[in-house]
Design a protein. Structure first.
Length: 245
């Protein structure tokens, strides 16, 4: 078992304990707000999080575009952009040199997203499927940790998304899809480690089909998304699934 190192990680982990959510995934409300039939409640880690031997999604050190072959995972990294002129480099997508301390390879994307003047522009995203096809059972885990930073004049505002069988069209459950459970994050110019508990993930308000909570047993992908009208220069490293302590 590897512990997340460093004081910064410790403070972030401590923040992860103080989970503030609304609806049925709030621990304080679970007793009066039952999870719908057939859905497993999202685990809440009252003592924080730990990394595990099989939790590595990717540290990118092999330079390829497949996620690490651990934990029965084996999906691929990809980028996507709206058809309204948003640009995400490198194109075709590949891993870059550099990264967090001690790293030789890293996920690094940059570009400019289109303005949403005519409606429909949603920006860009970079992410990975957990497995090549179908859903991935991540119910042994309780969240995702990763290191991130932005450079130059990049926007600091990035949404981290976890696509599951409810919100991804491949799951066959949504008519108005793509409103994934996620978290709006603010990155800085320095590498920092972030822990995002599954129990903190929420859909965006006001659009798409709604679901009670993310379904960790039926995950499809994770991604980082940048909305319309922004320049971005985003670095991601050491992506891991984490468990409760
Ligand atoms: Ca790396």
């Amino acid at each position: 078992m590897t512990q997340l190192p460093g004081r910064a990680a410790a403070s972030i982990l401590a923040m992860g304990v103080a989970i503030v959510t609304d609806g049925c995934i709030d621990l304080s409300k679970q007793a009066v707000c039952p999870v719908p039939a057939g859905q497993t409640p999202v685990k809440v880690c009252s003592s924080g999080f730990r990394t595990t031997d099989d939790g590595l999604v990717d540290d990118f050190e092999d330079g390829d575009q497949q996620v690490s072959h651990v934990g029965d995972r084996g999906g691929y990294w990809f980028t996507s952009h709206d058809p309204n002129g948003s640009v995400i480099d490198p194109s075709p997508f590949k891993m870059s040199d550099g990264g967090a301390a001690g790293s030789k390879k890293v996920l690094h994307v940059s570009g400019q997203t289109a303005n949403d003047n005519s409606g429909g522009a949603w920006g860009v995203l970079v992410g990975a499927n957990f497995v090549e096809q179908g859903v991935y059972d991540a119910s042994d885990y309780s969240g995702v940790s990763f290191k991130a930073k932005v450079s130059g004049t990049s926007t600091k505002n990035v949404r981290f998304n976890v696509a599951d069988a409810s919100t991804h069209p491949d799951g066959g459950m949504c008519k108005s899809c793509w409103n994934h459970f996620g978290k709006d994050m603010t990155f800085t110019g320095e590498w920092q480690e972030y822990v995002v508990p599954f129990a903190e993930l929420q859909q965006q308000p006001g659009w798409g089909d709604r679901f009670a909570a993310v379904t960790p047993s039926k995950l499809i992908a994770l991604n980082w998304a940048i909305g319309p009208g922004r320049a971005f220069d985003l670095w991601i490293d050491d992506v891991q699934l984490v468990s409760c302590k």
